[in-house]
Design a protein around this ligand. Structure first.
Ligand code: ASP
Ligand code: MG
Length: 436
């Protein structure tokens, strides 16, 4: 069971989490940092990079104050209040120790991981105070990435087994999301929002019966509720559909998270801490045939078009184009081609000018900025008739820059101007999910 930052965002929320984790089933609980904390830790690191220890200290003090305030609200006994105060003092003194001496990426990795150390210790202390049979599993003892910065599932599996054996027969094990060690044993993390990934890896490592990701929304919605009215949760998704949606903007799940669960064949449930009995979304290896499931949008997309008569009847042209993006470590989201041209979309523009310089050696280049990918996900197997025309028909009042279909069996994507995003999403909802 994984609980995100808002689910542990206040002492009250922490108590709600404890209600959800204290049934009879034995479990590992992965916690994020209290919401806002990781951002503040990055801010503190930023001051230290800028060689401003005074600024860093001011921010550390503000954060520390906030945490001390939680103590009286969370615990009832003087014993646990004192125990937690001592823990917090030790923690914040440790964070303060980085304001002296050199500050590099290594120190930053340690600092930004303290949010999870704080939240997990606080919740474990609360469980122990309340008399639960609980223990804290230090994630740094078993979470590890390999030399390619990919999680090392073999290592995680073995080490987690040993760590669990050292603390046998607990009902509830609490551990930190996000943080890990790298192949050299140094403190590292699974990138922003990585706690979902931690949960999926741990679930796969212990061959859990299911992985539950608890947030504050009742599952993955069939459209973005921030832009569209009358969205509803999707009850079932295949792993492929869920990854597409997560990658293309459904904020509820970290895009890499589903991979370990998918390989291990373990269902992932998305559940709502505010409405724990709601069915949520179940992501599994099963594909539900014959329906379009959901729509998501990815912002800040740039489209690049290269046309060249040299492409006509030539081979190797696309390789040259793609190699340029590879050289500048820029990943491509969408691709469309014609006999004399290719359009691609990217979301990372930090090397755009170099990329354009190189592309101009190959052909005539044009760029459209402020675009947005609208991704329609469902059973879009090419043998099915009608779904692609239905989706396209829905976009009839929206200028479309690119359409991509056939790359997989469960996606059709449209590239539109960011200004048309809301209209496109609403129109898709109206036409595709009107019976929901
Ligand atoms: N606390 C980390 C972050 O804010 C990890 C997570 O929340 O999943 O990115
Ligand atoms: Mg988070």
């Amino acid at each position: 069971m994984k609980f995100g930052g808002t689910s542990v965002g206040t002492p009250q929320r922490m108590k709600e989490v404890v209600k959800l984790i204290s049934d009879a089933d034995q479990k590992i609980v992965v916690l994020s940092a209290m919401s806002g904390t990781t951002n503040q830790l990055y801010e503190i690191s930023d001051y230290l990079y800028k060689k401003n220890p005074v600024g860093a200290n001011e921010n550390i003090n503000i954060l520390e104050e906030k945490y001390y305030k939680h103590v009286d609200e969370l615990y009832t006994t003087e014993e646990y209040k004192e125990k937690t105060r001592q823990f917090l003092k030790q923690e914040f003194d440790y964070i303060r120790s980085f304001t002296k001496g050199i500050f590099t990426m290594f120190e930053e990795k340690i600092i930004v991981g303290q949010g999870e150390i704080l939240s997990t210790n606080m919740v474990t202390n609360y469980l122990l105070e309340q008399g639960y049979n609980a223990a804290l599993l230090p994630a740094l003892d078993f979470m590890r990435t390999d030399k390619n910065s990919e999680p090392d599932l073999e290592y995680i599996r073995e080490k987690l087994k040993i760590t669990l054996a050292e603390m046998p027969n607990k009902d509830i094990y609490i551990t930190q999301g996000f943080i890990c060690r790298n192949a050299y044993g140094e403190v590292d993390n699974l990138q922003r929002g990585g706690s979902d990934y931690s949960a999926s890896l741990i679930g796969a490592a212990i061959e859990a019966s299911e992985i539950q990701i608890w947030t504050d929304i009742d599952g993955m919605h069939n459209n973005d509720p921030r832009y569209v009215e009358n969205t509803s949760p999707v009850q079932t998704l295949s792993f492929e559909e869920a990854s597409e949606l997560a990658y293309f903007g459904a904020k509820i799940l970290h895009p890499t998270c589903v991979q370990p669960a998918k390989f291990a064949g373990i269902p992932v449930k998305l559940l709502n801490t505010m409405d724990p009995t709601a069915p949520g979304t179940v992501i599994s290896n099963k594909t539900q045939r014959g329906s379009i499931k959901a729509v998501a949008a990815k912002d800040n997309i740039t489209a690049i078009n290269i046309t060249s008569s040299r492409m006509l009847l030539a081979y190797g042209f696309l390789r040259k184009v793609f190699e340029i993006f590879e050289t500048y470590k820029t990943s491509i989201d969408m691709v469309t081609t014609s006999e004399v041209g290719v359009s691609v979309s990217i979301d990372n523009t930090s090397n755009l000018s170099q990329i354009l310089n190189e592309l101009k050696k190959l052909g005539t280049v044009s760029v459209d900025v402020d675009m947005c990918i609208i991704c329609v996900v469902g059973d879009l197997d090419w043998h099915n008739i009608g779904f692609e025309s239905l989706a396209t028909e829905t976009m009839k009042d929206v200028p479309v820059r690119m359409i991509s279909y056939g790359g997989s069996n469960h996606n059709i994507s449209f590239l539109v101007a960011a200004a048309d995003k809301k209209k496109a999403l609403q129109s898709l909802s109206n036409h595709l999910f009107k019976n929901n």
